[in-house]
Design a protein around this ligand. Sequence first.
Ligand code: PEP
Length: 231
Amino acid sequence: MKIIAANFKMNGDKEFIDNWFQNFEADTENLVVVGLPAIYLESSIQNFNKSNFKIAAQNVSKFINPGAYTGQMSSAMLNDVGVEFCIVGHSEAREHLCEDNESVYEKYNCLKSFSITPIVCIGESLEIREANNHLDFISDQIEKFKTAEDKIIFAYEPIWAIGTGLVPTQEQIEEMSSHIKSHFSQQVTVLYGGSVNSKNSSEILNMNNIDGVLVGGASLNAEEFANIAQS
Ligand code: PEP
């Protein structure tokens, strides 16, 4: 069983999301996880959560206790409405919301304490890749997680592959997934994300040490995402 995750980012509205669910039909053993904007989580969970189809949040507060954190949403709140998965550390959140490795790890721990499964995004910029520093950079991003005892899900998403149509070679993806896994004694799941579509998904899902995909742009089309989920 692989994990096929979608990230709608800040796209869609009620009608779009309803239509998407009407049109998404996949006959698959894979676990499908769909990351929606926060405001649509509760109704989507009530209508669509099933055993191998889950709705995910796209971010969460690093603060565990209620308090004066205007605009934020806690792990307790996600748990309250039935959220079981949450993306953290997406490169867009690192860029636009100034998240760093420390805060991503705090979010991971908050989610864990409410039994929500984090999907931790990591990935290097083109500049870092071209300087051949990508392995060290990823080691830094995952450093704090080395003390975590549970199974961890990482989504390796090179920033230069997100929304660009560029996909790393098989060697580059496999090198990175085994590099990530080499830091841990426990089981670690590594998804690949960055310009995945129904044409390249089978090849990516067949790569060594790749346990699933995280799909942005192509997930907005329900038929396209169903094809990825079935690949
Ligand atoms: C993403 O933003 O997580 C992502 C993988 O985007 P895309 O598939 O559009 O490259």
